[in-house]
Design a protein around this ligand. Structure first.
Ligand code: ATP
Length: 322
């Protein structure tokens, strides 16, 4: 294909973004395209911070967290002048096709760019798993495994001291990390933004666990839950008499070497995106996973989908932690 393809990463970084960059660059080169890396997301695009990429410029990155292209949040791109400038930069360089690796916000930005004539392929790169059109997002599996490992460590010390521990994990609007990390670590309570917090139930589980001889009580709480962890801890201590500590996992969940699951999802979605560009018949698509298959969905339709919580999984976690 005689095309020039641009690649950028945008929004929060996620483990596996590098695997997606590598796959997009190498698939493009294999198919005869010229591939360009755009640095620091839409900020770099507006500034024309663009470099040609070769098969060897993506050597040795498959296993690395973060993104070699760097990422940013761009206020300028939120304005129509900023997006006009971005489209102009691409046109000047003859780049008509753009692979965007990022979350919902980034793909929304991509859709607006597509309205200015650029062919945009969106790849779901965010640890939150909050994109409705795809079952999984790149980085989620790694983030869950990082959280799981940290929770397991905290559990050891909680048992030794017979404590309750509230562990805050990432997830502003979506509780998937909390549900997966909480279920797989055997947490006693999982608090997510999608379900109102029942403090009495949390306290009841602490007391019930104690009666049954449980040494620890782990509460996994998503950051987006509208209840301050300090307030919750105070309440638990007053109601149950159990010492309660708070652990905020924070940005450790964003880093680290991506799992095989994330590397595979990243490689196969990026491969598909470039295949679509080469084929040319379907423009402005979001690539993701539906029922285990790598599929593409028109960007507009993908972004209109509303994410819902798997309440069966939430209920299962509640039952398994009695
Ligand atoms: P994460 O899920 O990790 O936060 P994200 O891609 O959703 O990733 P955002 O900060 O929401 O992260 O978006 C990244 C960038 O995309 C923004 O800084 C902005 O430049 C652009 N963007 C977001 N929403 C829009 C929009 N509605 N219109 C134009 N550009 C947007």
């Amino acid at each position: 294909m005689k095309k020039k393809i641009g690649i950028l990463t945008s929004g929060g970084d996620a483990p596996g973004m590098n695997a997606a960059i590598r796959a997009a660059v190498r698939t493009g080169i294999f198919m005869g395209a010229e591939v360009y890396g755009i640095k620091s997301g839409y900020e770099g695009l507006i500034d024309g911070n663009i470099e040609p990429m070769t098969a060897s410029s993506v050597s040795d990155i498959l296993h690395r967290g973060g993104t070699i292209l760097r990422t940013a949040r761009s206020e300028r791109f939120m304005t129509s002048e900023g997006r006009q400038k971005a489209a102009e930069v691409l046109r000047e360089r003859g780049i008509e096709d753009l692979v965007i690796i990022g979350g919902d916000g980034s793909l929304n930005g991509g859709m607006k760019l597509s309205e200015l004539g650029i062919n945009v392929m969106g790849i779901p790169g965010t640890i939150d798993n909050d994109m409705a059109y795809t079952e999984r997002t790149i980085g989620f599996d790694t983030a869950v495994n990082t959280a799981l490992s940290a929770i397991s460590n905290v559990r050891d010390t909680s048992s030794s001291h017979e404590r309750t521990t509230i562990i805050e994990v990432m997830g502003r609007n979506c509780g998937d990390i909390a549900v997966w990390a909480g279920t797989t670590s055997g947490a006693e309570s999982i608090l997510i933004p999608e379900v109102p917090v029942d403090i009495e139930n949390v306290c009841r589980k602490v007391t019930q666990g104690r009666k049954r001889g449980k040494l620890h009580n782990i509460i996994v709480k998503a950051e987006g839950v509208r209840l301050d962890s300090g307030v919750l801890a105070k309440h638990i201590m007053e109601r149950t008499g159990m010492e309660t500590k708070i652990v905020v996992l924070g940005h450790v969940q964003r880093g680290g070497s991506p799992t095989a699951v994330d590397r595979m999802l990243a490689s196969s979605t990026a491969f598909k995106a470039v295949e679509l560009i080469a084929d040319g018949s379907e423009r402005n698509q979001a690539v993701g996973m539906v029922k285990g298959e790598i599929v593409s969905i028109p960007l507009e339709k993908a972004l209109k989908a509303k994410k819902t919580m798997d309440m069966r999984c939430v209920k299962m976690a509640e039952i398994l932690s009695i």
